[in-house]
Design a protein around this ligand. Structure first.
Ligand code: GLN
Ligand code: ZN
Length: 782
C-alpha cells in the first residue's frame, strides 16, 4: 500500500526542557540565589540541549527542533529576539543580558524566600515595589503559562538575540541537523497586549516583519534548510483583520526568507474556518493537529497544494497515553494513498508531556503499560514511519503490542468499576438540584448559623511552614509514624483554631496543613488515579507540576477529610468549614483518560465529592466549601464550544453540592477576576456563597454580578494574598464600602482573595486582624 515517493519522516515540534531530574530548576535557582554565574547556567543549559537532541535522534526522530529550549519561556525569548523590552527594565539596546531577561520573567524585587510570588494555586503574580515581572497567562488551554508581551503604540522592534542561530549551530556542531523553531509573528502579536490599551497590537505587524525576515536570513546563512514557525492562533476564532494579517505576514516572510523553507505549525485544535487562510499561505509545509481534530484531515488533503509537505500530528503531545498504532495507520491511510510528502509528528510540542516513562519504576505494571511520555512518543512515531516506509510486517510486533495495550486498558477491571458506571447511568436529574431554591435555603441557614452582618472567614489554607513541609515529607518517606504525624497536625490545627477565635473570625477553617496540593490530596484518596514520581511538566519558569493521571472510573473508597474536620470542629463552638476541591478543578489539573468524554470523567469525580460533602454534613458540618479554582481554565479555545463545556461543568459542581439539606450552606471559591464571560454559569452553580478575587480590581468586577442580578451571597476578597504587603484597615474598609455600594450589604462576606498557604504567619496575623476590624467598622457604620 506504500505508494509515496519520499520517505516519511518523524518530526518533533518541541521537547521538554527541564531535564530528567529537573536539572534546569536546580540550575536556575542556584543562579537566582547568586550561587552561580550566567556562564555556568548557560553551560548547564547547553548540556540539557545536547541530551535532548541525542535523545530524539536515538529514538528515531528525523526532524529535530532547535530553539525550542528556553531558560524560562519561549514567548519571553521571542520578546527578547525582537527587542520588545518595555522601558521600565532599563534596557538600552544590544544583546539582552540574563539580568534583564530574568527581571522580565520575575521582577527585580524578589520576595524574602527568593521565589517569584505565587498564590495558593501556584500561579505567579507580579506585585508591589521594584520592577514588576511581566504579566503571566495560560498558553492556550494548557497548564503552561507564558509571559505576556506588552507593546507601546510607538513600539520599535529590532533583532536583539542570536539565540535561534546559536542553538542551530550548537546542534550542528554535535552532528545534528535541526529545524529551528520560531513563534510566528502573528501569534506573537495576538498573544501580547497594548500597554494602556487603545490600539491593536496587530497594527505593529509591518514593523515586526523585518525582524523575522532578518532572523530567517540569518538561519539560512547558518545552513538551516527548514524553519518551523508556530502559529497556534490559527486554531482560534479570528476576525477578518487577523486573517488578513496572516496573509500579509507570510507573503512578506515567503518573499524575504530566501532559501529557507517554512513549516507552519498549528496545534491545539482544528483550523476550522481558518483552514482556507492557512492553505493559502506561501509556506512549504503545514502541521495539523489530528489528535484534537482528527476530522480535519480530509479537508486538509482536499485543499492543500500538491507540493505542500504535510506534518500529521497523530500522537497526543499533551497527554500521557500510549497510542493504538494500527488505528493511526488506518486513520492516515488516505494521506498515504494520496502520495503526498508526509511527516509524522506529535500533535503539538512535547513540552506539555512528562519526559521519560522509563523512570517510573514504581507505577503498577498494568497502568505503566498504558502510558507513553515524550521519549516513548517519539519511538511510537518511529514505528509508524517504519510501517509506512518499509512495510507493516517489519514492525508487526510493535504495532500489535500497541493495540493490545489499548485493548487491555479498555477492558481492565482496574479501569471499569461497574458500581460507578451504574450509578452514573441511574442518577436522574434531581441529583443536580438542591431541595429548595436559594431564598428558602438562606432563611434556614440564617436561622441555624446566626452570623453577624459582614461575616468574616478565610479561604482555607494557612501558611505551610517549613516544619509542616518537613513533617509531611518525613511521613511520606515512612520516617514519621502515622500517629506522630497526626499528633503534629492536630497541634497545628489547634493553634490555628485558637488564633482564629482570638482574631474574631466568624467562620473558621482547619488550615489544610495536611495537604500538599489541592488536587493531589484528593487524587491520592480517590480510586482511578495514579501518581508518578518524576513525571513533571513545566507550569511556568522553574515551577513544574506533577499532575495526577486519571486512568479509571473514579470512586471514593472512604472519607477523605472528615477526621480532620471533626478534630477541628471539636475545638470550637464556631462553625468550622468543611473544605473540598471541586470536580471540575480536579479534572482540569490532571492528565485525563482519553477513552471516554471528559464530561463523563468529571461526573464520576462529582459523585465522589458529593459523597464527601454528605459525610461532612452527617458529621455535623454546617458549612462546606467546594473550591472551583480551575473552572474558568477549562473553557474551550473556540467560543462556540463554551456553552457545552459550561453546561456540564456547572452540572458537575451541582452534583457535588446537592446532596445536602437546605440548612447546610455550600460555599464555592474561584480565585480569579474575570467573570463577565461566565457569570450566567456562575449563577447556575447555585452555591449559597461564592468567594472571589477582587482586592486588586477595586471591586469593579462585582459589576458583572450586579448586572446579572446574582442572587446569592458573595465574599469579594479584600486582601491581596499575592503580596507580602499587609493592607491597612482603611483600605479594606474602603473596599467593603465599594462592595456595599454595588451589592446589598446582607449579601457580603468578608475574606481574603485566596488561600494563605504561600504567606508567612506574621503577615497573615496582621492582615486578618485588620480584616476583622474592617468588618466591625462596616457593621457599626463607622
Ligand atoms: N482552599 C484552597 C486554599 O485556601 C483554595 C486554593 C485556591 O483556590 N487556589 O488553599
Ligand atoms: Zn483561590
Amino acid at each position: 500500500m506504500t505508494v509515496t515517493v519520499a520517505k516519511i519522516e518523524v518530526a518533533t515540534l518541541g521537547f521538554p526542557r527541564i531535564g530528567p531530574r529537573r536539572e534546569l530548576k536546580a540550575e536556575l535557582e542556584n543562579h537566582w540565589a547568586g550561587r552561580t554565574d550566567a556562564a555556568s547556567l548557560h553551560a548547564a543549559a547547553a548540556r540539557l540541549r545536547a541530551a535532548n537532541w541525542a535523545w530524539q535522534r536515538d529514538r528515531g526522530a528525523d526532524v529535530i527542533p532547535s530553539n525550542d529550549f528556553s531558560l524560562y519561556d519561549h514567548v519571553l525569548d521571542t520578546t527578547v529576539m525582537v527587542g520588545a523590552i518595555p522601558p521600565a527594565y532599563g534596557w538600552t539596546g544590544g544583546t539582552v543580558d540574563s539580568a534583564t531577561y530574568f527581571a522580565l520573567a520575575r521582577g527585580t524585587q524578589a520576595t524574602p524566600d527568593g521565589q517569584a510570588d505565587t498564590c495558593a494555586h501556584g500561579h505567579a503574580h507580579a506585585h508591589g515595589a521594584g520592577v514588576p515581572a511581566s504579566e503571566m497567562t495560560k498558553w492556550f488551554d494548557t497548564n503552561y503559562h507564558y509571559l505576556v508581551p506588552e507593546f507601546s503604540a510607538d513600539q520599535v522592534f529590532r533583532l536583539s538575540s542570536t539565540k535561534p542561530v546559536d542553538e542551530y549551530r550548537e546542534a550542528r556542531a554535535q552532528g545534528i541537523e535541526t529545524r529551528p523553531v520560531l513563534l510566528g509573528p502573528v501569534s506573537y502579536l495576538l498573544l501580547g497586549k497594548a500597554r494602556g490599551g487603545g490600539f491593536d497590537p496587530l497594527t505593529l505587524l509591518p514593523r515586526l516583519l523585518p525582524v523575522y525576515v532578518a532572523i530567517l536570513r540569518a538561519l539560512a546563512d547558518a545552513g538551516a534548510e527548514w524553519v518551523q514557525i508556530d502559529e497556534p492562533c490559527l486554531v482560534l476564532d479570528l476576525d477578518d483583520a487577523a486573517r488578513a494579517a496572516f496573509v500579509q505576514a507570510y507573503a512578506q516572510l515567503g518573499a524575504g526568507a530566501g532559501e529557507v523553507r517554512l513549516m507552519l505549525a498549528t496545534y491545539f485544535g482544528a483550523l476550522g474556518d481558518n483552514l482556507a487562510t492557512a492553505l493559502s499561505l506561501p509556506v512549504h509545509g503545514l502541521h495539523v493537529d489530528l489528535v484534537r481534530a482528527p476530522e480535519q484531515l480530509d479537508a486538509v488533503l482536499a485543499g492543500a497544494r500538491p507540493d505542500l509537505v504535510l506534518s500529521l500530528g497523530v500522537i497526543d503531545g499533551r497527554n500521557v497515553w500510549r497510542a493504538d498504532l494500527n488505528a493511526i495507520l488506518a486513520r492516515i491511510a488516505p494521506a498515504v494513498r494520496a502520495g503526498r510528502t508526509l511527516q509524522l509528528a506529535p500533535s503539538c510540542s512535547l513540552l506539555h508531556a512528562p519526559l521519560d516513562l522509563d523512570r517510573e519504576t514504581a507505577l503498577e505494571t498494568d497502568v505503566r503499560s498504558w502510558l507513553a511520555f515524550a521519549v516513548q512518543k517519539i519511538a511510537e512515531l518511529a514505528v509508524l514511519a517504519r510501517a509506512l516506509n518499509e512495510g507493516e510486517a517489519t514492525v508487526r510486533e510493535a504495532l500489535d503490542a500497541s493495540s493490545a495495550a489499548v485493548a487491555s486498558r479498555r477492558t481492565s477491571p482496574r479501569i471499569n468499576d461497574p458500581v460507578v458506571q451504574a450509578r452514573l447511568a441511574a442518577e436522574g436529574p434531581t441529583a443536580a438540584h438542591r431541595a429548595s431554591a436559594f431564598p428558602v435555603r438562606r432563611a434556614a441557614q440564617r436561622a441555624r448559623l446566626k452570623l453577624p452582618a459582614y461575616p468574616t472567614t478565610t479561604i482555607g489554607s494557612f501558611p505551610q511552614t517549613p516544619e509542616i513541609r518537613q513533617a509531611r515529607a518525613a511521613h511520606a518517606r515512612g520516617e514519621m509514624p502515622r500517629a506522630d504525624y497526626e499528633a503534629f497536625l492536630h497541634a497545628e490545627i489547634a493553634r490555628a483554631v485558637a488564633w482564629q477565635e482570638e482574631a474574631g473570625l466568624d467562620v473558621l477553617v482547619h488550615g489544610e496543613f495536611e495537604r500538599n496540593d489541592m488536587v493531589q490530596y484528593f487524587g491520592e484518596r480517590l480510586s482511578g488515579f495514579a501518581f508518578t514520581r518524576h513525571a513533571w511538566v513545566q507550569s511556568y519558569g522553574s515551577r513544574y507540576v506533577r499532575p495526577p493521571i486519571i486512568y479509571g472510573d473514579v470512586s471514593r473508597p472512604e472519607a477523605m477529610t472528615v477526621a480532620w474536620w471533626r478534630h477541628a470542629q471539636s475545638l470550637t463552638a464556631r462553625p468550622m468549614k468543611g473544605m473540598l476541591t471541586g470536580p471540575v478543578t480536579i479534572l482540569n489539573w490532571s492528565f485525563v483518560r482519553d477513552d471516554q468524554p471528559r464530561e463523563t470523567t468529571c461526573r464520576q469525580i462529582a459523585y465522589a465529592i458529593r459523597d464527601e460533602v454528605v459525610d461532612l454534613e452527617r458529621a455535623g458540618a454546617a458549612i462546606i466549601q467546594i473550591d472551583e479554582a480551575a473552572l474558568r481554565e477549562g473553557l474551550p479555545l473556540r467560543r462556540g464550544e463554551w456553552q457545552a463545556y459550561l453546561d456540564w461543568a456547572v452540572a458537575c459542581f451541582r452534583i457535588a453540592a446537592s446532596g445536602v439539606a437546605d440548612v447546610t450552606q455550600i460555599h464555592t471559591h474561584m480565585c480569579y477576576s474575570e467573570f463577565n464571560d461566565i457569570i450566567a454559569a456562575i449563577g447556575a452553580m447555585d452555591a449559597d456563597v461564592i468567594s472571589i478575587e477582587t482586592a486588586r480590581s477595586k471591586m469593579e468586577l462585582l459589576d458583572a454580578f450586579v448586572g446579572h442580578r446574582y442572587p446569592a451571597e458573595i465574599g469579594p476578597g479584600v486582601y491581596d494574598i499575592h503580596s507580602p504587603r499587609v493592607p491597612t484597615v482603611a483600605e479594606m474598609t474602603a473596599l467593603l464600602a465599594a462592595a456595599a455600594a454595588r451589592i446589598d450589604a446582607d449579601q457580603i462576606w468578608v475574606n481574603p482573595d485566596c488561600g494563605l498557604k504561600t504567606r508567612k504567619w506574621p503577615e497573615v496575623r496582621a492582615a486578618i486582624a485588620g480584616m476583622v476590624e474592617a468588618a466591625r467598622r462596616m457593621r457599626a457604620g463607622d
